[in-house]
Write a protein that binds this ligand. Structure first.
Ligand code: G4P
Length: 527
């Protein structure tokens, strides 16, 4: 195997999907701990103190207790290079999460054992299913009273339509959580309280039937364990790597992220079974990860990620080959060659200058306004990667500036934040208004907050009667001119300079579409 292939085969790129509060942040922290990316837990976050997650870059996240930005973390484990992509948990940031899921090869689903399958998890699973992303499941919070493990598996299977194969089976729960029994290695892994922030050797026993364990659980609970184990063992017989890779079967693990138990088993499972980068679909052809030529696509852009640097970073997932410092890349949409000498990688939030990176890795490119979400970069070939979702805004507000002298700053801020894809700015032709469109209502608050913090501009928002937006395309010049004349009052230019139609109502839009059949009303600005 060539060195390139070896490096690529080592990559495991995944994200965590879960409902808010299921324990994603805690799990992220413990994964980093086991990956030795941090020295002790508590470094990443403790919301009750003023420290915050390394993966949470914005102060707003601390205030709200929601994870807004997506970050990338890389560490070594079991001879693999693990890339963990953090995703925002709040529903209003869904589009960011969706795009992040296009950049991973597998996903870890964290479920609160007491609450079972929750609404956000269902949504995220739907996205994973579109790409048949392999899923590993972790039932969290075993240190509390959880639902009966067998019913939990039933619930996952029925609601999420994925077959569960337990790799481990929990013994006890809450105060009586003894540990988990390995269905494939016939070993009992004992949970020891009070080591949530450090790595300890996990004590194991052969088999599960030991006098002290029986005594600790009591005869009743021990029997309940053996009964349910029998059923779990039968299910475990259905394990198939192929079915897992096809997204049909999910291995299920149990533990407590807070108690730092089960986390290494998650990493063992990911490094052993989760796929290395495979192939990525482009309009032109499918691109194999192990091809020697470099290619990748941008799935996220973040402005002012680090206030100390005040810059905009485009997150690029490498689809094939290798990145080397100083290499020339073809920015496919612009048809332009660019030399990239300052790509960055993200190690638990600290950016580091990057010498090389391989398919599966995420690199950060400095964006000076020329990069858009969905852009492809290659070593020369024209490839347009597909499947990066773009979302049309559904909510619109007029931006009201507090200090009229700052309108330049405001426009710049709105434009730069719009590059991130969660909001879009529109400049109507009829007046000097600035209109902001967003997918979720929380976005407006986020933008107001970030404009204040990052651009020193204070603004508020006013309702405006716009129902939806369409991007206008028309090859017939005369027809376009006729349309532009008639629709003048409803036309605007978006942050990227594209002509858009701001429809006051759906009925109006329909009428316009009927009246101007030559004009295309596109619901997204294509990626
Ligand atoms: P999220 O990112 O998915 O939203 O969840 P997060 O990790 O922030 O966890 C949500 C809450 O659940 C936190 O408590 C966290 O400590 C707790 N938690 C996570 N894993 C476990 C576990 O294995 N067992 C138990 N008992 N609790 C767990 P909080 O009180 O809301 O916040 P904090 O003050 O502890 O940060």
């Amino acid at each position: 195997m060539s060195n390139l292939t070896q490096e690529i085969q080592k990559r495991r790129t995944f994200a965590i999907i879960s409902h808010p509060d299921a324990g994603k942040t805690t799990m992220t922290e413990k994964l980093l701990l086991w990956g030795k990316a941090i020295q002790s837990a508590g470094e990443v976050k403790s919301r009750k103190t003023d420290k915050h997650a390394t993966s949470d870059w914005m102060s707003m996240e601390q205030e709200r207790g929601i994870s807004i930005t997506t970050s990338v973390m890389q560490f070594d484990y079991n001879d693999c290079v693990v890339n963990l992509l953090d995703t925002p948990g709040h529903a209003d940031f869904g589009e960011d999460t969706y795009r992040t899921l296009t950049a991973v090869d597998s996903a870890l689903m964290v479920i609160d054992g007491a609450k079972g399958v929750e609404e956000r998890t269902i949504k995220l699973m739907e996205i994973c299913r579109m790409r048949d992303t392999p899923i590993i499941s972790f039932v969290n919070k075993l240190d509390r009273e959880i639902q009966d493990p067998l019913s939990l598996l039933d619930e996952i299977e029925n609601v999420l339509k994925i077959k569960c194969v337990p790799f481990f089976w929990p013994m006890g729960m809450g105060q009586d959580f003894v540990g988990v029994y390995g269905l494939f290695d016939d070993k009992l892994y004992l949970y020891k309280k009070g080591h949530g922030g450090e790595i300890i050797d996990i004590e194991t026993r052969d088999g599960y039937d030991h006098p002290d364990v029986r005594e600790r659980l009591g005869e009743l609970m021990f029997n309940a364990f053996t009964d349910s184990l029998e059923l779990a063992q039968m299910t475990a017989e259905d394990w198939s790597v192929e079915a897992f890779l096809a997204g049909e079967i999910t291995p299920v693990l149990f533990g407590t992220a807070l108690g730092n138990f089960g986390v290494n088993m998650v990493l063992d499972t990911i490094t052993k079974y989760a796929p290395a980068p495979q192939s990525a679909p482009a309009v032109e052809r499918a691109v194999l990860a192990t091809e020697s030529e470099f290619s990748g696509f941008v799935f996220k852009i973040q402005a002012n990620m680090d206030p100390r640097h005040r810059d905009r970073i485009a997150f690029l997932r490498i689809c094939s080959g290798k990145y080397e410092k100083g290499m020339k890349m073809n920015h496919v949409r612009l048809g332009k060659e660019v030399r990239i000498s300052d790509a960055v990688t993200f190690l638990a939030g600290d950016r580091q200058a990057l010498e090389e990176a391989y398919a599966g890795d995420i690199i950060g490119l400095h964006n000076h306004g020329t990069i858009q979400i969905g852009d492809s970069f290659t070593s020369g070939e024209v490839l347009n990667f597909t499947g990066i979702p773009h979302f049309a805004p559904e909510l619109f507000r007029r931006v009201v500036l507090k200090d009229p002298m700052k309108s330049k700053q405001l426009q710049k801020g709105l434009q730069q934040l719009s590059e991130e894809g969660a909001t879009q700015v529109f400049m109507p032709q009829i007046n000097n208004d600035l209109i902001l469109g967003a997918v979720g209502v929380l976005q407006f608050e986020v933008v107001a907050h970030r404009l204040k913090e990052e651009y020193k501009v204070q603004c508020s928002f006013e309702p405006i009667s716009i129902a939806t937006v369409r991007w206008i395309h028309c090859d017939d010049k005369a027809a376009l001119e006729k349309f532009k004349k008639k629709a003048h009052d409803q036309l605007s230019i978006d942050g990227g300079g594209y002509l858009t139609y701001l429809a006051p109502s759906r009925v109006n839009l329909q009428l316009m579409q009927e009246r101007y059949p030559e004009v295309e009303f596109r619901s997204t600005r294509e990626h």
